[in-house]
Design a protein around this ligand. Structure first.
Ligand SMILES: [Zn+2]
Length: 215
C-alpha cells in the first residue's frame, strides 16, 4: 500500500463518495474533502485495518512491514494521523484550505459539534449508552453548546478561547475566519479531552452496556 499509484486509485474511489456526500464540485481535490470532513484517506484506512488484524494475531513482523515500526494498538491511530498530516503538508493542491486548516485533525471536533454526534451526554443518552443526559460535575444538560462553550469541566483547557466567542452566534463565528479557527481549536481540544477520559475509564462509571450488546 506504499505504491503511489495504488494509493491514488484507492483515493479516487473515496473521492466519488465524498463528493456525493458533501455535494462538492467534481473538481474538488479529494485531499481537501478528506480534511474538511475529517475522513482519513482511504489507503490509510486500509492500512489501519490491516495493521489491527496483524496486531490481534500478534504478528509483529507483518505490523512492522505495514507501518514501518513495531507498535501496539493504541499507537496505530497516531501513526496514521501523522502520515496523513505529512501528506497534507506536502500536497500541492488545496493550499488555501491548508492555510485555514493546517492540521488534519482539527476538523474532527468541529464536525462533532456541528452534527451533534460527539462526546455529549445528551447524545449518548439518546443512543442509550449512558443513564442520563446531565453534565455530572455541574448538573446542566450536556448539550453540544454546553459541553463545548460553557462547561466548567474544561474551563482551564479552553476558557481563554471561549472568551473570544462570548455572546456570538455560532454561524457568525464560522463566517469570521479568525473566529472559525478559535471554534475549531475549542471543539478539537474538548473532543480530545473526552476521548482521553473515555479511554482512561474516567467516564465509564456512568456508562452502561447497550441493551443489544449481548446479541
Ligand atoms: Zn458541564
Amino acid at each position: 500500500m506504499d505504491d503511489v499509484r495504488q494509493c491514488q486509485t484507492i483515493n479516487r474511489a473515496q473521492s466519488h463518495l465524498l463528493i456525493r456526500l458533501t455535494g462538492a464540485y467534481r473538481t474538488t481535490p479529494v485531499e481537501a474533502l478528506q480534511v474538511a470532513t475529517a475522513t482519513l484517506p482511504l489507503h490509510l484506512q486500509v492500512k489501519k485495518l490491516d495493521a489491527m488484524y496483524w496486531i490481534k494475531k500478534k504478528n509483529n513482523e507483518k505490523v512492522t512491514r505495514i507501518l514501518h515500526t513495531p507498535v501496539d494498538k493504541q499507537d496505530v491511530q497516531e501513526i496514521l494521523t501523522k502520515a496523513w498530516q505529512h501528506l497534507w503538508q506536502e500536497c500541492p493542491k488545496a493550499r488555501r484550505l491548508y492555510g485555514i486548516i493546517p492540521d488534519v485533525e482539527i476538523t474532527g471536533g468541529l464536525l462533532h459539534f456541528l452534527t451533534d454526534h460527539g462526546p455529549f451526554r445528551q447524545k449518548l443518552k439518546d443512543m442509550n449508552i449512558v443513564e442520563d443526559n446531565l453534565c455530572h460535575a455541574f448538573g446542566s444538560v450536556a448539550t453540544p453548546e454546553h459541553v463545548m462553550l460553557k462547561c466548567e469541566e474544561t474551563e482551564n483547557l479552553v476558557g481563554e478561547q471561549r472568551t473570544l466567542l462570548e455572546d456570538m452566534e455560532i454561524a457568525e463565528a464560522l463566517r469570521t475566519p479568525e473566529l472559525a479557527i478559535v471554534l475549531q481549536e475549542i471543539t478539537q481540544k474538548v473532543t480530545e479531552y473526552y476521548r482521553k477520559k473515555f479511554i482512561s475509564g474516567g467516564d465509564r462509571g456512568q456508562a452502561r452496556r447497550r441493551p443489544d450488546a449481548d446479541q
